[in-house]
Design a binder for this molecule. Structure first.
Ligand code: XIL
Length: 346
């Protein structure tokens, strides 16, 4: 009896997670990524979970303009370099994020009253310096982030406006892609945005821009869909349709910032029905990506609720990721695992 129980425990009992990490379940089909804050790598459980489960990392903040280019002639690559070193020692790919964005810009830049000629040369220098620094280490860049409004018009930003770097319309995006390509011809170049997952006015504008760029030989390899979600029903058909049309252009699609914020109590706990719904959403996103051969990465924005950006940016919400604050896998993790397993390991 004792023997058979022992045997059962060894052979048949399945713990919450089956001990096959996500990165292995995904095999060569796609990358499983997480956004990372390099300072947390000092924490053994953080580093161990990251290295075990993921084969792609992206700095959550460490490659943003304000961090890498804090003074007009000062670059600071230290924290991002430490993440790259960690990634290399754990056979992980690195995505770079992000070269051109309207947020997290240093005050020397936003308050600098530069002419468009000066701004253009500042951005060219920034892109060349950063992309060259990481050439051969960063395999894909979010070159431009969040350049469109929800209605499909171009967002007015330092880079785009009056007259920005002096290019008409989406011309500044094209120019940034060309500079990035010149700096590292081997890096894959992405345009990245939120709320453009389903077919809608914003994704229509991105699609039209991408089609125009490709028809004129502008170096664009893919579209990043951030996927910052809430527990609301996902318009799966419309997202499917968008992925199909982007793939039809020959582009890759990557899910770059997946998280699903839930209403939480003062202790940070979400209600069981929301947690169940969240797991379904994670499963649906993984299954959808796997359905599309050119969907090449699924990345979550962090991986542990301990460090998610959601509670501070959306007070009253949290519990958005696949590991809890104690690094235990949640139902969302199991859902990802199951979706990967059912696709490759039937
Ligand atoms: C967020 C980070 O998670 C926060 O730590 C930071 O304070 C603000 O930026 N879209 C993006 C990311 O492309 O860079 C943002 O990251 C989240 C929304």
């Amino acid at each position: 009896m004792l023997y058979s129980c022992l045997l059962f425990a060894l052979t048949c009992w399945q713990p919450v997670s089956s001990n096959v990490p996500l990165r292995e379940l995904a095999a060569d089909r796609l990358r499983i990524g997480a956004a990372v804050e390099p300072a947390h790598l000092e924490e053994p459980e953080y580093a161990a979970t990251l290295a075990r489960e993921f084969n792609q990392v992206e700095p959550e903040n460490a490659m943003k303009f304000v961090r890498v280019h804090p003074g007009p002639v000062t670059y600071n690559f230290g924290p991002a370099d430490s993440l790259v070193a960690f990634a290399q020692s754990h056979r992980m790919a690195v995505r770079g994020h992000t070269l051109v964005w309207h947020q997290q810009l240093p005050s020397w830049l936003t308050g600098g009253r530069y002419s468009f000629v000066e701004l253009s040369s500042i951005l060219a220098d920034h892109i060349y310096t950063v992309v060259k620094h990481f050439a051969g280490q960063v395999y894909a860049w979010d070159v431009v982030n969040e350049a469109f409004n929800d209605d499909g018009s171009l967002r007015s930003t330092l880079w785009s406006d009056a007259p920005g770097i002096g290019r008409e319309g989406a011309g500044y995006i094209e120019q940034a892609l060309r500079w990035a390509h010149a700096a590292d011809p081997n890096a894959l170049l992405f345009y990245n945005d939120f709320g453009a997952e389903p077919v809608n006015a914003k994704s229509d504008a991105i699609y039209r821009m991408a089609r125009d760029f490709l028809s004129r030989g502008v170096p664009l390899d893919g579209i990043g869909l951030q996927m910052h979600l809430r527990g609301e029903p996902l318009p799966l058909d419309k997202i499917d349709e968008n992925l199909t049309r982007l793939e039809g252009l020959g582009l890759q699609v990557q899910i770059t910032e997946l998280d699903v914020g839930l209403p939480v109590d003062a202790a940070g706990k979400a209600a069981p029905p929301d947690i169940a719904r969240q797991a379904e959403i994670y499963a649906d996103v993984v299954a959808l990506c796997l359905k599309h051969p050119r969907c090449t990465a699924i990345q979550t924005w962090g991986f542990t609720d301990k460090y998610s950006w959601i509670p501070s940016w959306f007070p009253g919400n949290g519990s958005a990721l696949e590991f809890d604050a104690q690094y235990q896998p949640k139902r969302a993790y199991e859902a990802m695992e199951k979706a990967l397993r059912s696709s490759f390991h039937k």
